[in-house]
Design a protein around this ligand. Structure first.
Ligand code: ATP
Ligand code: MG
Length: 547
């Protein structure tokens, strides 16, 4: 932003009056000195009357300069004082040229060049020249060469002084204007900074998340009102910005020194959504999701850190309530299901039914069986700390499992004209739990079909090397964003786009699959995913390490 060039504001009235009086006082002082010198040689004065007329005029003007309210009259009128002074000094020179009083012309000339710009700078020496020449005719001996030279030399000196003063004053004035502009700029920048700070402060205290910022010495610079309220609820004194104890994600393990979020923030660590509980277990408490980043200055040096926290209590409570519900529902379903299974087996064991009826009951039995295993998985997934799977390890042919899985999914794939392809390279035998690994391949294949486009492709490649066997399951489906890939293996997670579509699912398939593969000391991950499709990989070691 550039400010318009503004002249310095007019001097205040009082300043003007004081300045007129001071300039005049300077001359009066000099004249007083001249009078003192003249007193030592009263008889030698060429024209005592004229001398005292000149002195009287100077002193009269001094008195006038002191009493006239110059601030109230037009500023140009003040020029009268130095002009009269010039005449008075010229009179003094005429009265006694040898006293050198004409040098005192410097005072009014300086004054005029300083105060009245170019006009003053020209008028001062010009009037001096005129009065000096006029005085020449009044002097007894006008032809005296030294006096003539004086009349010529003095105005030249005065012109020089006047010009230098005028230029100097102009420069000073310009500098003053520049300084004032810079001061204005600085003031407005300060004003903006203060306003920004106020806005930031108000925003910080309006938002519903907690904000803590520290400077590079670790002293807090922001503790917003939301965060302060949370701290106050647990009796944290205002002098600190963290509670006495905080607990980890499980809500019961106190965080070890060095692991606490504010300490990690002070170390300049970056972390996202770390869950921390404030408040003692069993009492009123709050779960916070904390995110921290170091702050840097323009040079990239660390200038402190900021930590933002979100209240996750309701969210975590809701997740717990959902898990509880799923656990109790699946648990309660198991009892009647087991009973149904038992009776259906009884029916099949007997001879009472045959033909189509037996086939129908057989189908009912296999579906009830499948339902039981689904319900068991639901129960397993909803338990926070379950003991894991009971696995029956045996040599397992993964190519055969993949083939079976493809066969069972074929009807669904055919319906949507999705082709299924299997390739196998190297030995596909691993030491694993056949039932569980099949479940994993089923889950991945079902996803590859479910999230594929009509007419798409799914290819399965089983590739064995010396130590491990990898199963690649690629589809030509919708793919996943980076964010979706991060959460993929979380229980009940379903991508936003999928949730709003007609494709059904519980969001448990991958969570269960990961658990199964991990208990095989293997790995399951996204190998690649783009809007053109996804490739998932399962890695299984050939042998289980000896426990
Ligand atoms: P289910 O428990 O019935 O398997 P689901 O398929 O929704 O339900 P997961 O198999 O765990 O659950 O998958 C989780 C989410 O990951 C899916 O909802 C989907 O958004 C995404 N996803 C998984 N596989 C793929 C894939 N091959 N292509 C695109 N998105 C996928
Ligand atoms: Mg699935």
């Amino acid at each position: 932003m550039s400010l318009p060039l503004t002249a310095a504001p007019p001097a205040s009235r009082w300043r003007l009056e004081r300045s007129v009086f001071l300039w005049q006082l300077l001359l009066a002082g000099a004249v007083l000195l001249l009078v003192a010198i003249a007193m030592t040689m009263p008889d030698q004065l060429a024209n005592p009357d004229l001398f005292f007329l000149g002195v009287a005029v100077v002193f009269g003007m001094t008195a006038g300069a002191g009493v006239i309210p110059w601030g109230k009259v037009n500023k140009n009128w003040t020029m009268v004082v130095p002009i009269v002074d010039i005449v008075a000094v010229a009179v003094l020179r005429v009265a006694e040229p040898s006293l050198g009083g004409s040098l005192f012309l410097v005072f009014p000339v300086l004054w005029m060049a300083t105060f009245f710009g170019l006009t003053g700078a020209i008028l001062g020496p010009a009037i001096s020249l005129v009065t000096l020449i006029a005085g020449l005719f009044l002097i007894d001996d006008p032809s005296s060469s030294t006096r003539i030279i004086g009349v010529l030399v003095i105005p030249v000196v005065l012109v020089f002084i006047s010009t230098a003063t005028y230029l100097g004053t102009r420069k000073t004035k310009a500098q003053r204007v520049l300084l004032r502009q810079q001061a204005d700029l600085l003031e407005s920048a300060f004003g903006r900074a203060r306003q920004d700070e106020r806005t930031l402060d108000q925003v910080m205290n309006t938002v519903s998340f907690g904000v803590v910022a520290v400077n590079r010495f670790g002293r807090p610079t922001i503790v917003n009102s939301t965060y302060r309220r949370w701290l106050d609820a647990f009796g944290t004194p205002p002098s600190t910005y963290f509670p006495a104890t905080d607990y980890g994600e499980d809500g019961v393990t106190p965080l070890a020194p060095g692991e606490r979020p504010h300490e990690r923030m002070l170390r300049g660590e970056s972390f996202d959504n770390t869950i921390v509980w404030y408040g003692e277990p069993g009492e009123k408490r709050i779960a916070l999701g904390m995110t921290s980043r170091p702050l840097t200055n323009a040079e990239g040096q660390r200038e402190g850190a900021v930590m933002v926290s979100r209240d996750l209590t309701a969210e975590l409570d809701a997740i717990r309530a959902r898990d509880d519900l799923v656990a109790s529902v699946s648990h309660e379903l198991r009892t009647p299901l087991t009973s149904i299974l038992g009776y259906l087996e009884l029916v099949l064991d007997g001879e009472s039914i045959a033909g189509a009826d037996r086939e129908y009951v057989d189908i009912a039995l296999s579906n009830a069986d499948r339902m039981l295993s689904i319900v068991s998985d639901l129960l397993l997934a909803s338990q926070e700390e379950h003991v894991g799977f009971l696995l029956n390890f045996a040599p397992t042919d993964l190519a055969v499992l993949a083939k079976q899985s493809i066969q069972s999914l074929k009807p669904v794939a055919d319906e949507r004209r999705i082709s299924l392809l299997l390739t196998s390279i190297g030995s596909p035998i691993v030491y694993a739990d056949e039932f569980r690994v099949r479940q994993v391949i089923d889950n991945l294949l079902s996803n590859a079909v479910k999230y594929n486009h009509t007419g798409g492709r799914v290819s399965v490649a089983v590739i064995g090397d010396e130590r491990e066997v990898e199963i690649f399951i690629s589809d030509t489906g919708r793919g996943m964003t980076e964010e979706e890939q991060k959460n993929l293996f979380q229980r009940f997670y379903r991508a936003e786009s999928v949730r709003n579509s007609t494709v059904h699912g519980t969001g448990l398939g991958l969570a269960i699959s990961q658990e199964i593969i991990r208990s095989h000391e293997g790995d399951i991950r996204v190998s690649a995913s783009s809007p053109a499709g996804t490739t998932m990989v399962i890695t299984l070691p050939r042998e289980q390490e000896e426990e």
